[in-house]
Design a protein around this ligand. Structure first.
Ligand SMILES: [Zn+2]
Length: 133
């Protein structure tokens, strides 16, 4: 993934979002309760928790984590600037993975630029679907 400096510079330049907002959203996505929050979701609750002694405690921690994730996503959705920074962060991350894959395959990025962007936009639909849940 691109560094937070790159995220901040590009989001400020192209979206006009303040650096402080970008920094806050970048930290939440990469260093918050779940890395890549929005793109990744908490794992499902393991079924074996019903039969292990510490299962109830683990379930409580799991549900507390789910509540924190939901709270973090709701906080982002309350601000247009944060939503822009949020999607921009994920878009840059996804695009960087796609670009790295293309380079490893020996493809010329300039020739597949349109497909890289289309793929990134497609993956962002998944982020949006995760937010809707
Ligand atoms: Zn990231």
């Amino acid at each position: 993934m691109p560094s937070h400096v790159v995220h901040r510079l590009l989001a400020s330049k192209y979206l006009g979002v303040s650096g402080d907002v970008v920094t806050e959203v970048d930290r939440l996505i990469d260093l918050g309760t779940i890395h890549d929050i929005g793109r990744r979701k908490p794992r499902r609750l393991p079924a074996y928790l019903d039969i292990v002694e510490s299962g109830a405690d683990l379930k409580n921690r799991y549900y507390a984590r789910l509540r924190r994730v939901k709270k973090e996503l709701v906080e982002i959705c309350r601000s247009d600037e944060k939503v822009k920074a949020f999607y921009y962060h994920h878009g840059l991350d996804i695009l960087s993975y796609r670009l790295a894959s293309a380079l490893m395959l020996g493809l010329v990025p300039e020739k597949i630029c349109s497909n890289l962007v289309k793929g990134t936009l497609y993956d962002l639909v998944g982020v949006e679907n995760n937010l809707a849940k």
